[in-house]
Design a protein around this ligand. Structure first.
Ligand SMILES: Nc1ncnc2c1ncn2[C@@H]1O[C@H](COP(=O)(O)OP(=O)(O)OP(=O)(O)O)[C@@H](O)[C@H]1O
Ligand SMILES: *[C@@H]1O[C@H](CO)[C@@H](O)[C@H](O)[C@H]1NC(C)=O
Length: 317
């Protein structure tokens, strides 16, 4: 696949998750013995890209890794997932982004994230990817890289008529107003909606009110994901909040469900663009609901083959 065929470009982060399970979290200076250790591929940008790729989008990732074993392994992971790596670079100046996670037997955790190489992704890297960014169907950004770089990517896409999804995660209270005007779909969760609006988003009604405020800041549509309750949306065409429920499923591990949702949405916007956004959100709910039924982050994301074919049809279900 050449980068000219790419339909979904994600400009964002990669993190290696180093997960230790222990009876309890250690105190300062203490060593505890754990009973399980595993390494996983994470980072919001990479997660969203991998989900879109698994559904059949021709994806490219624009990101920065370290020149280390984690960076090398991540590069191979992208190749294994069918993601174009022409715009994945490795730097000797910083380590690959890493999240050291300790989980105790009660399921509580303590996490240290070192963004490392992610923060060295810069506007020069975007220039190298400018052909792919300007000819894609959808561009996706988050906030785990330098915010100015995310904003520049959104603007580059916008200027070429490419549809944009912005996921303001992790949440920041202050967001450059241009993030709103550069977003076709502004997709956040309840805590992000709360931080951005100052509203206490405790229920659907408050989430709807927050969504209307976010919409008024200049994006074309706003989706707020609501966990087990699905999501809600508003758009310039219809600013009345519309709740889109998700079916009840046995949830095992909800880590990365939000990224599965965003990746699925990118797939639908790129490959079934004539669907109403409400229908895309309904189908993205269904895909994210599959992801919560298996352990892990990227490992829990369903592929096209594992999903009902109706999810990929052009008409509404
Ligand atoms: N228990 C669940 N049952 C069914 N679907 C779920 C469940 N939890 C999450 N989902 C699906 O995943 C989507 C995203 O979930 P959520 O709003 O919790 O995102 P998030 O907080 O960004 O997730 P995370 O931080 O865990 O990645 C929801 O809109 C829904 O479609
Ligand atoms: C929303 O996403 C943030 C990451 O930006 C996460 O820390 C938080 O727990 C999520 N909130 C909910 C309600 O799931």
């Amino acid at each position: 696949m050449s980068s000219a065929d790419v339909t979904v470009v994600v400009v964002g982060s990669c993190m290696t998750d180093l997960v230790s399970q222990a009876p309890r979290l250690p105190k300062a200076g203490e060593t505890v013995h754990g009973h399980k250790f595993f390494i996983g591929f994470g980072g919001k940008g990479a997660n969203q890209c991998v989900q879109a790729s698994r559904l059949g989008a021709k994806t490219a990732m624009v990101c920065k890794l370290g020149q280390d074993v984690f960076g090398n392994n991540y590069l191979q992971n992208f190749k294994d997932q069918g993601v174009t790596t022409d715009f994945v670079s490795q730097t000797g100046e910083a380590a690959t982004g890493a999240a050291s996670i300790i989980v105790n037997d009660q399921g509580e955790n303590a996490i240290v994230i070192v963004a490392g190489a992610n923060l060295l992704l810069d506007v020069e890297d975007l220039k190298k990817a400018s052909l792919a960014i300007s000819t894609a169907r959808v561009l996706v950004c988050q906030l785990e890289i330098t915010p100015a770089v995310s904003l520049q990517a959104l603007k580059m896409a916008r200027n070429s008529g490419v549809r944009t999804i912005f996921n303001p995660a992790p949440a920041a209270a202050e967001l450059d107003p241009e993030f709103y005007s550069s977003s076709d779909v502004f997709c956040c969760n309840e805590s992000e909606a709360e931080l951005l609006t100052g509203f206490e988003v405790t229920d659907e009604e408050m989430a709807g009110k927050a969504a209307v405020v976010l919409l008024s800041r200049g994006c074309h549509s706003v989706i707020v994901t609501l966990g087990v309750k699905g999501c809600l949306m508003v758009s310039v065409q219809d600013a009345t909040p519309k709740h889109i429920p998700v079916g009840s499923v046995p949830a095992v591990d909800t880590t990365g469900a939000g990224d599965s949702f965003v990746g699925a949405l990118a797939f639908f916007m790129a490959h079934v663009p004539d669907l109403p956004l409400e229908e895309m959100a309904r189908r993205s709910n269904q895909i994210a609901a599959v992801s919560v039924q298996a352990a892990g982050t990227q490992t829990s994301y369903p592929s096209r083959d594992a999903l009902p074919h109706e999810l990929f049809e052009a008409g509404s279900q």
